[in-house]
Design a protein. Sequence first.
Lengths: 158, 173
Amino acid sequence: MKKDEQCLTNTEVGASRTAAVASETASELGVIKIHDNVLAALVSRAVLHVEGVARLAGSALVDGLAGMVGSHSRAIEIIKGDDDKLVIGVKVVFLFDTVIPEVAVAIQRAVIEQVEHAAGITVTGVNVIVQQLEDPKPEPAAGADTADATLAAMGTLG
Amino acid sequence: MEKIYDWVSGNLWLLPGDNDFERGFYTALFLTGLVLLLIIVLCLIIRLCFRKPAIPGVTLEREDGDIFISRNALASAVYHLEHDFPGVEILKVVLDNGRQGDLELAVSMSYDEKQGSFETTAKAFKARIFRELHGTFGIDTVKTVALSLVRLPNSRRSGGDDGSINDAFVAGI
C-alpha cells in the first residue's frame, strides 16, 4: 500500500501538498472554497460511471468510518500544486475482461471533465492505480423477481 | 568458562543439576541454544537486508497521467486463467526483475497430468498470459514468463500410493 502511495506522490507535482481545501477563489462578492470531499465525491461519481470499473479500492468499513469523521475515501488522493492546479490519484478495482489502458484513459478523461466542469478547477493529471481485478457482481435473476412478486401477491391475498 | 557459568547460575535461578558436572552440562546446553538462536536471528537479518525489493507493479505513462497496474491485479488475471485450463492450479505469481532490465512473471503451479501433456498446456498457458499482458493490460515490458511445476495435485492426499509422485517433483520451463 505504501508503494502505491509513493507512486502517487512521485508525480510531476514536485512541491505538492495535500490540502483540505482544494480550491479557494476570492471575488468582490466573497470567497468560494471547495473542499477536498466535494472533489472526491465528483471523482468517485465520474469513476464509477465508467464501464469496466467494479468499484473504488479499499474497505467499505474504513471508508464509512472516514466519512463519519469528515474525511473522504482513501482510494482518492487529491494533490494540490503550487499553481492551484490539481493532480488526482484514484485507486480502482476493475472488472475482468476489460481492456485496462482503455478504461483507465476513459477514467482520466471522465475525472478531468467532471472536476473542471463542476468545480472549475484545472486538473493537470489523473493517476489511475489498478489495485485489483474482480468478477462482476451477479445480477438478480429475472425468475427471482417473479417468485418474489408471487409471494408478495400471496401475502396480500392471504 | 567459569565466568559464564557464574553469570548463568546467577541469572537463571532454575538451572537444574545436583552437582557441578550436571550444572556445567546444562550451562553448555543453554549456551549452545543461545548461540543457535543468535545465528538464526543473524541469518534473518542478513536475509532481510539483502533480499530483492518486490516490484509493486507496472507503470504505463499516458498523456493525462500515469496508469499503475499493481502486481495484485496482474496476479488476479493469471489466477483467473485457471478456469480456461483444466488441471492447472496456480499456487503463486511473482513479478520480478529480469536479467536484461526487463520484467519477469514467475508462476508456480500444479498440474493434473490426466488432462494431457504438461508441455502442451504450458505452451498454451504461456501464450495466453502474454496475450493477457499485451491485450488486456497493455504491458510489453514483461519479456519472460517462467512457469514452474512445483507439485502434482492430490500428491499430499494420495498418501504416497505412487512413489514417483511427491512434492519434490519440480520442473521449470
